[in-house]
Design a protein around this ligand. Structure first.
Ligand code: NAI
Ligand code: 15L
Length: 266
């Protein structure tokens, strides 16, 4: 099924740049938005400059879209003021705008940093308690909570994708567990947009990695079956990337080096 218009917020970023290409065949139009201008627009792309902290601007942005991929915001650990504007106000503005404009399904780019303080030996289900590794992770928990509220109160459907690490291929030892390929992420987005029922569902954003930590069996009803496996790159990583020591945070905690971050001051 081809969608009419998919909105991608944060479209100028790392993931947005990848998904612009992979989502192109699935929509008549991609509405790209960011605070950073995108100038290399393709034939089925349009660009709308928008700070997601600006509620009125977000309302105009969402109008006429039948699906939203919400990537915009702060994507690493930063001070609270920055996170508050982009990730807290931003996600609230998006859900208010969606409520006003027919409740298009939202794919919310949540993160493994909602649970980053779990040890790597642990295996997690979506119902396990949060263990954020910083204010960034806390902001993604807030986003998940807003999505849950708007689902229960208004019926807004969302996929809360706790993305591990989305890159063309895994780049280090930790990513052998956290990696999701762009192909699998794109298929997940389209499954969430097209499934007869989405509800408000947490999905671990991971490929079918032999070394994965997270159980996605609860989300089988979406019909998403990831095709890629970091194992295909394991030998290359063992050969080219030095193995971290067992006491290094990157080998100890699921959130890796994010657990080493201080609370940044404004
Ligand atoms: P990124 O930092 O490359 O892109 C984020 C984009 O959001 C940037 O283009 C930035 O200009 C834009 N942005 C920042 N503040 C904004 C605001 N106030 N209004 C509008 N746009 C704003 O991040 P990346 O890697 O592309 O990640 C995309 C999303 O996925 C983020 O929400 C991130 O938290 C989440 N995520 C990404 C993972 C990954 O592996 N890349 C893993 C887990 C979560
Ligand atoms: C994230 O949430 C970040 O946005 C991304 O830049 C990566 O650091 C990723 O998690 C990760 O944990 O690998």
């Amino acid at each position: 099924m081809k969608m009419k218009r998919i909105l991608i917020t944060g479209a100028a970023g790392q993931l947005g740049t990848i998904l612009r290409e992979t989502l192109k065949p699935h929509a008549e139009e991609l509405r790209l938005s960011d605070i950073t201008e995108i100038t290399d627009l393709g034939p089925n792309e349009s660009f709308v400059a928008c700070d997601i902290a600006d509620g009125e601007a977000v309302k105009a942005l969402v109008e006429g879209c039948d699906g939203v991929v919400h990537l915009g915001g702060i994507s690493v650990e930063k001070n609270f003021d920055l996170i508050e504007a982009a990730n807290l106000r931003g996600v609230y503005n998006l859900y208010e705008a969606a409520r006003l404009h027919g409740m298009p399904r939202i794919i919310f780019a949540s993160s493994n940093h909602t649970i980053g303080y779990y040890r790597q030996e642990q295996r997690l289900k979506p119902t396990d308690p949060f263990k954020p590794d910083g204010l960034y992770g806390v902001s993604k928990i807030f986003g998940e909570a807003v999505a849950s509220l708007y689902h229960d109160k208004f019926g807004q459907e969302s996929a809360l994708v706790r993305i591990g690490s989305c890159t063309p291929k895994p780049e280090n030892w930790r990513m052998l567990s956290t990696w999701i390929s762009p192909r699998d992420f794109t298929a997940l987005i389209m499954a969430a947009f097209t499934a007869p029922r989405l509800g408000c569902t947490v999905v671990w954003g991971q490929s079918a990695n032999d070394m994965g930590w997270w159980d996605n069996s609860h989300a089988a009803f979406l019909g998403w079956v990831p095709q890629d496996n970091s194992q295909d790159y394991a030998e290359e990583i063992r050969r080219t990337v030095p193995r971290p020591g067992p006491e290094d945070s990157v080998a100890k905690y699921q959130g890796g080096v994010f657990t080493d971050e201080p609370i940044h001051q404004s």
